[in-house]
Write a protein that binds this ligand. Structure first.
Ligand SMILES: [Zn+2]
Length: 217
């Protein structure tokens, strides 16, 4: 309480004092570019995914433009130790995203490289995923996918092989007959989600959908 008085929560855009649970003030909120993509077969993120792997549905919440407030929000989430940003982004997602039935069976977040995890101290996707899981009543797993660690020398040697086989990630348990919603923060090339999607698809008779906080446009 005293800390709140001494260091009130401020809008990350204009610095105005705002309620503790908010990220931006109501004026700046209007500057956020929500994608208005429906969670359905044909939207730009689904089309980009489809070039890389068979995707059921795909969704991106906001547009990740240069110098934009959206970029600031993702930066806040990833680099400023403001984990609550994940919860706020999940709440915005809930306002926009209506899963058409059938809903996915499992929410899976993209794992961080262990070194990054150590540095940051948290995976920025966990709180986001858990908040969605509670609201949509879909279980989540933070451990289904493991990011393989490589030494630098090995990474160089294996680079080509790794790109070919996509074994940056591996799946930790036998899974089949599931529709998995893969969750990441920013969609750029799609290589990360594609690599994980192929692990899931090759593991059994599974389906993959994708949900990203922001899409690079
Ligand atoms: Zn503001």
């Amino acid at each position: 309480m005293i800390l709140d008085l001494l260091f009130p929560n401020r809008c990350i855009c204009c610095n105005r004092i705002i309620e503790p649970e908010l990220l931006v003030c109501s004026l700046c909120f209007s500057q956020i570019h929500f994608t208005h993509f429906d969670y359905y077969k044909n939207n730009p993120v689904a089309e980009k995914c489809r070039l890389l792997f068979p995707v059921e549905n795909a969704y991106a919440l906001i547009q990740f433009e240069e110098e934009s407030l959206s970029r600031k929000i993702i930066h806040e989430l990833k680099y400023r130790s403001r984990q609550k940003t994940g919860k706020i982004l999940a709440e915005w997602t809930i306002e926009h995203l209506d899963f058409k039935s059938p809903k996915p069976d499992l929410l899976v977040s993209v794992p961080l490289h262990p070194k990054k995890l150590m540095k940051r101290g948290y995976n920025q996707l966990h709180l986001f995923t858990e908040t969605l899981s509670r609201f949509y009543e879909i279980p989540f797993s933070h451990d289904l996918i493991k990011r393989n660690q490589y030494s630098k020398a090995q990474a160089l040697k294996d680079k080509e092989h790794r790109i070919e086989s996509g074994n940056t990630f591996s799946i930790t348990e036998a899974i089949t007959g599931k529709h998995i919603l893969l969750i990441d923060d920013v969609f750029t090339t799609g290589n990360t989600v594609s690599s994980i999607a192929w692990n899931i698809l090759n593991a059994g008779d599974n389906k993959v959908s994708v949900l990203v906080m922001a899409m690079d446009v």
